[in-house]
Design a protein around this ligand. Sequence first.
Ligand code: DX5
Ligand code: ZN
Length: 224
Amino acid sequence: MTYRIAPSILSADFARLGEELKNVIAAGCDWIHFDVMDNHYVPNLTFGPMVCSALKAHAKTAAGLAVPIDVHLMVQPVDALAAAFADAGADLISFHPDASGHVHRSIQVIKAKGCQVGLVFNPAEPLEVLDWVIEDLDLILVMSVNPGFGGQSFIESSLRKIEAVRRRITASGKDIRLEVDGGIKVENIHRVAAAGADTFVAGSAIFGQPDYRAVVQAMRAALK
Ligand code: DX5
Ligand code: ZN
């Protein structure tokens, strides 16, 4: 299993975003998680495609290798902004099915732009839509907090949801990543991986510490 760690820049210092990206990439992260909030689907407001576009040039290792930008759209409606983020350099774009009037169409909009596509499930959101679209997905993101804010506590029932999603991915026979977002820490990452997750978003756990590398290494050690 290849595990991926995706720091959420929601908890970074917004006055120094380019430098924060550079530091967290130097710390050995795999993806950059970019939380887009619209003060409508969620009660908070963050950044738009122009910020993504400005950061794209910084999303690479010191050796020049690109680090994927994992855009998590917490917006309603979905399609126009998804397309704008694709144009702004997003590599993966995930959206909440309950924020789209036409989930299948939103998936196709993202794929047509050449991006990987994911669906995001809130803690109380059922998984049934996967019966109809799982073949089209590259990623399924399970929220382990209610979306809108960093620094919340991990919701335990999401472990059962991760297990249920893992069963669906296995049954599909497809290569789909299972990402988890919210309240992930060095202390619980092992349990979350044991439930079936392979990609871990962490905001406050990484950016809340002075030494990002130490946190990323401790997470990798906990995953061994
Ligand atoms: C919450 C966001 C998360 C958030 C996670 O709505 O989707 O990505 O940054 O923050 P932590 O890791 O602090 O729970
Ligand atoms: Zn997120």
